[in-house]
Design a protein around this ligand. Structure first.
Ligand code: CP
Ligand code: NVA
Length: 315
């Protein structure tokens, strides 16, 4: 079934998320099958913020599917001079078959989707980063499936512990774990906990899928039982002025070898990147054999292709 938009992980049912992960795996293993799947189509990519992985993976992914991608910095299009989001969305819909946007306020994604007549993909907002966490789920399925297989069911009963800011990454990891039956614990200092509305919705969905969803400020207890420890920067894009305060407030929350040692045997380390070694993660852990950060980064390409196929392919 074609999907309307991908603004949030919650735009997909658990079954649709599993199907998207399976498609991403097939795209990865059999790229030739999809070489003309989006021939003649163009994706507009609006960026209010910087990006390496999201921009490159969408642009390369679109090329590999036979289509074309347009990079539109918000500073260089008329949004930067006050043209409304609604008009921009209506106009781009007349030229392009999809819109991917990286924005500050999540309401910009919602407004783009409201006025677009083509699918809108959230390439990160202050509230959510859903493309990243589907790619993370794909990476963990690969990690934990028996060799030569790809079984989304392996996530059930596993535990991902996210240590750091209760930000867009924390929110989308909560939604993703809840949908797939994977326990998610957010470990964050007081004042940096995730949005309670998102915690509540993840708990409600987790109650149906068997995922335990928790938030704690206790690092030592929080990481016990972790099969995966995940972190992200302490100051996200747009929070640069808070950097010094956050360095102090997050003292004791760096993922280091001592923290990894308190987790389950075989625990892997994940980070959406970009990473600041020596802040949210030690260089020792970030560059260790248990770190799967570059598998994650690679899978951005495969998952973006799967998302675009599900939203934009004609058949
Ligand atoms: N992880 C991620 O979204 O990376 P970029 O900011 O480089 O796109
Ligand atoms: N939380 C980070 C994620 C970057 C991919 C940010 O929003 O800057």
């Amino acid at each position: 079934m074609a999907l309307a938009h991908f603004r949030s992980v919650t735009d997909l049912t658990p079954a649709q998320i599993a199907e998207t992960l399976e498609l991403a795996h097939d795209v990865k293993v059999n790229p030739g099958k999809y070489r003309t799947a989006l021939a003649g189509q163009t994706l507009a990519m609006i960026f209010q913020k910087k990006s390496t992985r999201t921009r490159v993976s969408f642009e390369v992914g679109m090329y590999q599917l036979g289509g074309h991608a347009l990079f539109l910095s918000s500073a260089d299009i008329q949004i930067g001079r006050g043209e409304t989001i609604a008009d921009t969305s209506r106009v781009i819909s007349r030229y392009c078959q999809g819109i991917m946007a990286r924005v500050y306020g999540h309401e910009v994604i919602e407004e783009l989707a409201q006025f677009a007549t083509v699918p809108v993909i959230n390439g990160l907002s202050d509230l959510e980063h859903p493309c990243q966490t589907l790619c993370d789920a794909q990476t963990l399925v690969e990690q934990w499936s028996p060799k030569g297989t790809f079984d989304v069911g392996v996530l059930k009963g596993k535990t991902l512990v996210y240590v750091g800011d209760g930000n867009n990454m924390a929110h989308s990891l909560l939604d993703t774990g809840a949908a797939l039956g994977m326990n998610v614990t957010i470990v964050a200092p007081l004042g940096y906990w995730p949005d309670p509305k998102i915690v509540d919705r993840a708990q409600a969905l987790g109650a149906q899928t068997g995922a335990r969803i928790a938030v704690t400020g206790d690092v030592n207890l929080g990481v016990m039982g972790a099969d995966c420890i995940y972190t992200d920067v302490w100051a996200s894009m747009g929070q640069e002025s808070e950097q010094q305060k956050r360095l102090k407030d997050f003292h004791g929350f760096m993922v280091d070898a001592g923290m990894m040692a308190r987790a389950n045997t075989g625990c892997v380390f994940m980070h959406c990147l970009p990473a600041h070694r020596g802040e949210e993660v030690s260089a020792e852990v970030c560059d260790s054999p248990v770190s799967i950060i570059f598998d994650q980064a690679e899978n951005r390409l495969h998952i973006q292709k799967a998302i675009m196929l599900r939203l934009m392919a004609k058949s």
